[in-house]
Design a protein around this ligand. Structure first.
Ligand code: ADP
Length: 507
C-alpha cells in the first residue's frame, strides 16, 4: 500500500477515535445542559407561583388554569400542581411514587415513564406552602434526544466533509511530496544494487527527502572513488602476481635444467665413451655391435627423459571427454601386465560395478595410472630383492598389486586431505586406488615425492618425474592425489576425480 494511502488511513483512524470520544463527551454534556435547563424552567415557574400563592392572588384552581395555559405555550412541557401528602386525590397525586417526594425540600428531577409508557423527565419544585404543594414539570425525553441527535447528525456531516477534503489533500500531497521522490530514490538504489553508480538522483528540495537524496548521491560518489581505487589496486596486484609467476617459472626452469643435466649427463657420458671406443678402431666387430647397442639404449633413455620432461612442461588444457574409468584401468593394466608378469607380480582390479564415467583426457589419465602402477611394480620388486628382509608369510601378499575404484560423497572425504587449492568441491568423487605391498616410503620423504626429479631409485631406473607429472595432470582435472604408506609394508596412492554433475551412469 502506498505511503500516502497509509497516512490517510492513519488520519481517518485517529479522527474516528477523536470524534468518538468527543461525541460521547458532548452527549454527556448535552444531557447535563438539558437537565439544568429543565430544572431552571421549573424553578422560574415555581418562583412565580410561590408569590401568587403567598399573596393569595389566585386560588389553586386558578393556578391550575394558568399552568394549563403555560403548558400550551411551552408546548414540549406540561406543568401541574401535585401534593404528595394528598396522594389519595387523583388530581394532586404526583406521577412518580409519592414517597420519593414527601420529605423533599429542594428541586428534584426523575426520569420516569409517563402513563403512556414514554420515558419522561419529571422535575418537582416544593412551593413552600403549608399544605406541602409541589410543582411537577414534565418533558418527554424524546424532545431532548431528538434535538441532540439532530445536532450530532449535523456535526457528523460536517466532519465527514472535512475528513474527505483532508484525506484528498493528504493523498495528493503525499503522492506528490513523498511518493514521487521515494520512487526516484528506490529506482536509484536499484541501479546502485546492480552496480550502476552513474546519474545522481535529482531531488532539489530542502526537506528530509531532499537530504536523503543528497546523501545517496554522496554515497555513490564515494563508492565510485573507492571502486576506481580498488580497480587500480587489483591491476597492480595482478601485475605483481604475474611477475611472481614469471620469477617462479624461471626458478622451475632452472631446477628442471639442473635435473635434466644430471639425468642426461650419465647416458651422454656412456654414449660419448662408447663412440670414442668405436672411433679408436681398436674394437672387434662384436664389441662394436655391443657398443652400438649401448649407444642406442642410452639414446633411447635420453629421448624418454626429454619426452617426460616435455610432458611435465606441457601446459595445454586437457582435451576432455566422458571416459569410463573401468575401461581405462583395464587397458592400462593390460599394457603393464607383461612387465608385472616378468617379476611374478599380479595386478588385481576391483572395478566399479557400473560405468564409472568422468570427464577426462584419457591419454593423460592413462599416463597417471601408468606412473602409479610402474612405481607399485618397482616397490614390490624392490621388496622381494634378496638383500631385503621380508616379513615371514608375507611373500604372497608382497607380490600383489590391488587396483580399485569407488565413489565417495564429498562430505565423506576428510577435508584435511583435500589439497589447499581445491576450494570448490564437486558433489561426488571417483577414487582410484593403487595399493602395493612393497617397500613403502620413509615418512621424511613423503613430502618430497611429488617434486620434479625427486627419486630414490638407482641412476638409470628413475627420473623422479612420474609423480610430479601425475600430480599436475590430476590437478588439471580438478582432482588430487592422496598417499598412505608404511615403511616396509607398502603404499597406497589414491587419485580423486570429480564425478560429472549429471552422471550418465546409474549408481
Ligand atoms: P621415479 O619413479 O622415477 O623415481 P616418481 O616421481 O614416480 O619418480 O617417484 C618419486 C619417488 O617416490 C620414487 O623414487 C620413490 O622413492 C617414491 N615412490 C613413488 N611411488 C612409490 C611406491 N609405490 N612405493 C614406494 N615408494 C614410492
Amino acid at each position: 500500500m502506498k505511503l500516502a494511502a497509509k497516512l490517510v488511513l492513519l488520519f481517518l483512524g485517529c479522527l474516528a477515535l477523536v470524534v468518538g470520544v468527543f461525541s460521547f463527551l458532548s452527549l454527556r454534556q448535552a444531557q447535563d445542559v438539558a437537565l439544568a435547563e429543565h430544572e431552571r424552567l421549573a424553578a422560574d415557574l415555581a418562583a412565580t407561583l410561590k408569590s401568587d400563592l403567598r399573596s393569595a392572588q389566585h386560588t389553586p384552581r386558578e393556578i391550575e388554569r394558568v399552568l394549563m395555559v403555560w403548558s400550551e405555550e411551552v408546548n414540549h412541557v406540561r406543568a401541574r400542581l401535585v401534593n404528595p401528602h394528598q396522594a389519595g386525590d387523583p388530581s394532586l397525586r404526583p406521577t412518580v411514587p409519592a414517597d420519593l417526594l414527601i420529605r423533599s425540600t429542594k428541586v428534584t428531577t426523575f426520569s420516569y415513564p409517563d402513563p403512556s409508557g414514554h420515558s419522561t423527565m419529571y422535575t418537582y419544585v416544593p412551593l413552600d406552602d403549608a399544605a406541602g404543594t409541589q410543582l411537577e414539570v414534565a418533558a418527554a425525553e424524546s424532545f431532548w434526544t431528538e434535538r441532540l441527535s439532530h445536532s450530532l447528525r449535523n456535526s457528523a456531516i460536517s466532519l465527514m466533509v472535512v475528513s474527505a477534503v483532508t484525506s484528498l489533500v493528504i493523498l495528493l500531497g503525499g503522492l506528490w511530496m513523498v511518493g514521487k521522490p521515494l520512487d526516484q530514490l528506490v529506482e536509484k538504489v536499484h541501479r546502485v544494487g546492480q552496480g550502476d553508480l552513474s546519474g545522481p538522483v535529482d531531488l532539489r528540495r530542502g526537506d528530509e527527502l531532499g537530504k536523503l537524496g543528497q546523501a545517496v548521491n554522496e554515497m555513490c560518489e564515494q563508492l565510485e572513488r573507492q571502486r576506481s581505487r580498488i580497480d587500480s589496486e587489483t591491476q597492480q596486484r595482478l601485475a605483481a602476481v604475474g611477475q611472481l609467476r614469471h620469477a617462479d617459472r624461471l626458478r622451475t626452469v632452472g631446477r628442471l635444467a639442473a635435473g635434466l643435466a644430471h639425468e642426461i649427463g650419465t647416458p651422454l657420458n656412456v654414449v660419448s665413451g662408447r663412440a670414442e671406443l668405436i672411433a679408436s678402431g681398436k674394437l672387434s666387430g662384436e664389441d662394436i655391435q655391443s657398443s652400438a647397442r649401448t649407444i642406442k639404449e642410452q639414446s633411447h633413455r635420453i629421448a624418454t627423459i626429454v619426452q617426460e620432461l616435455l610432458n611435465f612442461a606441457r601446459s595445454k588444457t586437457p582435451q576432455r571427454a566422458p571416459v569410463d574409468l573401468n575401461r581405462l584401468l583395464e587397458e592400462t593394466i593390460k599394457l603393464l601386465r607383461p612387465m608385472a608378469d616378468k617379476h611374478n607380480i599380479t595386478i588385481d582390479l576391483r572395478s566399479w560395478s557400473d560405468v564409472a564415467t568422468s570427464e577426462l583426457d584419457s591419454a593423460q589419465m592413462q599416463q597417471v595410472l601408468t606412473n602409479l602402477l610402474v612405481n607399485a611394480v618397482h616397490a614390490t620388486q624392490a621388496r622381494s630383492m634378496p638383500n631385503r628382509t621380508s616379513v615371514a608369510g608375507s611373500e604372497d601378499l608382497a607380490k600383489r598389486i590391488e587396483v580399485s575404484i569407488d565413489r565417495l560423497r564429498a562430505a565423506e572425504i576428510d577435508p584435511s586431505r583435500v589439497t589447499a587449492e581445491q576450494t570448490d568441491l564437486a558433489e561426488y568423487y571417483w577414487r582410484v586406488t593403487v595399493t602395493d605391498f612393497g617397500i613403502g616410503i620413509e615418512p621424511d620423504l613423503r613430502e618430497n615425492i611429488f617434486e620434479p626429479f625427486f627419486t630414490t631409485k638407482d641412476v638409470g631406473e628413475g627420473t623422479g618425474l612420474g609423480l610430479s607429472i601425475a600430480y599436475g595432470i590430476v590437478r588439471e582435472h580438478a582432482g588430487w592425489i592422496e598417499v598412505e604408506s608404511e615403511l616396509g609394508s607398502g603404499s597406497s596412492f589414491s587419485v580423486y576425480l570429480p564425478v560429472p554433475a549429471a552422471p550418465a551412469q546409474s549408481c
